[in-house]
Design a protein around this ligand. Structure first.
Ligand code: FES
Length: 157
């Protein structure tokens, strides 16, 4: 192989490697963009991976029932059932239903919440407790979705 042919091959190899490198980076960038974009779109096709099932509606005859291990209350009133977060909006302690005081109280810094609307009645909590979507499933159980925050006006559907 002549020196000129070798040089031509080197240029062509350099050209190929350059294109291959840019192409790879472009594909990587596209993949990354696609994944990032998909991450920004909420999954509206079903419940989130944090959703959990609890017993059926007949298990919640009390005004307020705490769901052990789920940091959530099932609230019953004249209109039906709702799911209320038991995570304090101040610094995230688990709040307690205190029937004697007819309200929800945080043991950490003393925030107080109304059990019927989650509103702050006192203490440092900056926002009301959150309401979770509550859905009746085909098997008669309830599905609570902590990633699907709804307004206090949304009852079991
Ligand atoms: Fe509930 Fe501070 S964490 S009042």
């Amino acid at each position: 192989m002549s020196q000129q042919e070798q040089k031509k091959n080197q240029v062509s190899r350099r050209f190929f490697l350059s294109r291959f490198g840019w192409g790879s980076m472009g594909l990587f960038g596209l993949g990354l963009s696609g994944a990032s974009f998909r991450f920004l779109i909420p999954n509206k096709n079903g419940p989130s991976k944090n959703a959990f099932k609890v017993d059926g509606p007949d298990s919640y005859l009390e005004k307020v029932t705490y769901i052990n291990g789920r940091r959530c209350f099932i609230i019953r009133d004249d209109k039906g059932l709702r799911a209320l977060s038991a995570v304090c909006t101040h610094l995230g302690c688990t709040v307690n239903w205190v029937p004697d005081n007819d309200r929800i109280e945080c043991p950490c810094h003393g925030s107080i919440f109304d059990e019927l609307n989650g509103k702050v009645l006192g203490g440092p909590a900056p926002r009301p407790l959150e309401w979770y979507r509550l859905k009746l499933q085909d098997d008669g159980k309830l599905l609570v979705d902590p990633d699907d925050i709804v307004g206090p006006e949304i009852y079991l559907s």
